[in-house]
Ligand binder design. Sequence first.
Ligand SMILES: *[C@@H]1O[C@H](CO)[C@@H](O)[C@H](O)[C@H]1NC(C)=O
Length: 304
Amino acid sequence: LLVRGFTFVSHYSINMANYQRFESENFFKRTDGSKDRFPSIMDEESVDLSIIVPSYNEEERLPVMMNETIDYLEEKCKKSSSYKYEIIVVDDGSTDATTDVALGFSKTYGDSKIRVLTLEKNRGKGGAVRLGMLSARGKYLLMADADGATKFADIQKVENKLEEIDSKPHGRALVVGSRAHLEKDSIASRSIFRTFLMKGFHLIVWLLCVRSVKDSQCGFKIFTRNAARILFTNLHVEKWAFDVELLYIAEDLNIPIAEAAVRWTEIDGSKIVPVFSWIQMGKDIILIWVHYYFGLWTIKRNLD
Ligand SMILES: *[C@@H]1O[C@H](CO)[C@@H](O)[C@H](O)[C@H]1NC(C)=O
């Protein structure tokens, strides 16, 4: 068990080598061809909204999602001339043309609005979201999936909710998109075995880690800048289960959390193979709990 535990720690922990590699990756391309370092989340905010899009081999689906997102945001810019947004596409070590596709959008809309963070090696969704968040300029920061499964217009709902629960003066809050209202439909179309695994996973999450939300796994989550600062500097898990650790940290820090129902479509080519993934994630949840319970990981309560 100790050896397994150790393997887990060395596999998941964000160690110095990881940081150093990020230092060498943390650039985006300007439209004139030059390279610039991303700013830090510790800097002052300079846009209203950052959207972080973790993307692994998404050359097919990314353009559809980007078009929907940009259409919505450009519309908003037309209505309010001071409104500013940025989209950070984090290419998580893709082997296809994800970076080139994203850079095409950067060329069209400018490198202030669309930036591409290309990671040399695949880290996992949690690692990609984290590094994108740490490079963002937004007052609010949204993570959104490249497959466009969530209707982007629902940003308005999660953003309104965030404003409502934002805890002043610290300004820490987060709102998670929720598909819990769709659960009945999805159960109807699933086999009993899958439903059983899904319920089992939810139960483990509830028992060990997170009780404040029903749907921990939805890829649509919005943070205030101060919440993102403290949460993403504390995060350890780089794989799928990072959502649960994120919420676990938020609960521990008493950061206000709310859910907002979002419209969601199952998109073809989903990479998360259900049966396998529920078991894998269940195991990861137990390991997250073990790490915090035995003090192998601790939560930093304030930024230095
Ligand atoms: C995205 O929008 C651009 C410009 O309107 C268009 O040329 C392109 O075909 C669209 N791509 C998709 C996948 O919808």
